[in-house]
Design a protein around this ligand. Structure first.
Ligand code: ZN
Length: 283
């Protein structure tokens, strides 16, 4: 066991998910000398193009979007000091119900066994002690996030390893707090300079995500790395969804996003819950 470093593997769907979902833990654990491995399953081709052009609109070139997002992903990994970036390079499937769901090569259209076999190879190579991905609903229902969950679960069945396994989540208290911030900041973003005009988001539009606070097993304080997480997300500034966060400014962002939360779904360490460290019981 001592002949290899403790290893965190995060399995994400798209370029930018690593920053928004796990930027804090990736940066924090890298700083603690833990080997970090990011597996990004798709190329993000259904994201926004240059100038905010949306998929399906004139001028949206999926190959060019994928190439741009690859560069953004590499920049984000540099900020987060991700040790190893592994790309499965499936085609982004787009949101649930989009035609791209069924496109040849789309991640959603790929048999789970195919993705799982490739991910299992990576698990055998890196032997992660901790694996992080989404829950069975992909955190918010995106097909590629659901598929990332499915291949991770299937890959874990294929390998002779027993890492601690976690799903990312957010506490309902944070979702509520977030709704308040959205209401109070409004379209002009009083608290920081707007990057570009953004529609105000109604609290009613908040997706039903996350878990009651008492169901969250693992709370990792990453406030010391809030600036890194912000910079990693800023590396993905081409994606409109990230602009709301960037408008907050670093300080506010860290205040709101400085603790990353997880549900522990597999464990062999017996570490007591709730825990404040993904590696509790391993070091
Ligand atoms: Zn995503």
């Amino acid at each position: 066991m001592a002949d290899r470093p403790l290893t965190l593997m995060a399995v994400h769907a798209h370029p930018d998910d690593e920053a928004s979902g796990t930027g804090g833990v990736l940066a924090r654990y890298a700083a603690e000398g833990i080997r970090t491995v990011l597996v990004t399953c798709t190329d993000g081709r259904c994201g926004d193009g240059p100038g905010g052009v949306k998929p399906g609109e004139d001028g949206h070139d999926p190959a060019a979007v994928a190439a741009m997002r690859r560069k953004e992903l590499e920049a984000s990994c540099e900020v987060l000091e991700v040790g190893h970036l592994e790309l499965l390079e499936y085609a982004d499937s787009g949101m649930m119900g989009w035609e791209s769901n069924d496109a040849p090569g789309s991640f959603w259209n790929t048999p789970v066994a195919d993705g799982a076999a490739r991910l299992a190879e990576l698990m055998r190579h890196y032997q992660p002690d901790v694996v992080v991905t989404y829950d069975e609903n992909g955190f918010y229902g995106h097909p590629d996030h659901i598929q990332a969950h499915r291949i991770t679960v299937a890959a874990l069945e294929l390998v002779d390893l027993s890492p601690k396994v976690y799903w990312t989540t957010v506490p309902h208290s944070a979702v509520r707090r977030f709704g308040e911030v959205m209401r109070e900041s409004g379209p002009d973003g009083e608290r920081s300079e707007p990057v570009e005009p953004v529609e105000p988001v109604e609290a009613a539009e908040l997706p039903e995500i996350g878990l009651p606070d008492e169901e969250i097993s693992t709370w990792v304080d990453t406030t010391a790395f809030g600036g890194r997480k912000f910079d990693a997300l800023a590396a993905h500034a081409s994606q409109g969804d990230n602009i709301f966060f960037l408008r907050m400014g670093k300080e506010r962002f860290t205040e709101l996003m400085g603790v990353e939360t997880f549900v522990r779904v597999r464990d062999t360490t017996g570490a007591a819950l709730p825990e404040n460290d993904l590696f509790a019981g391993l070091r």
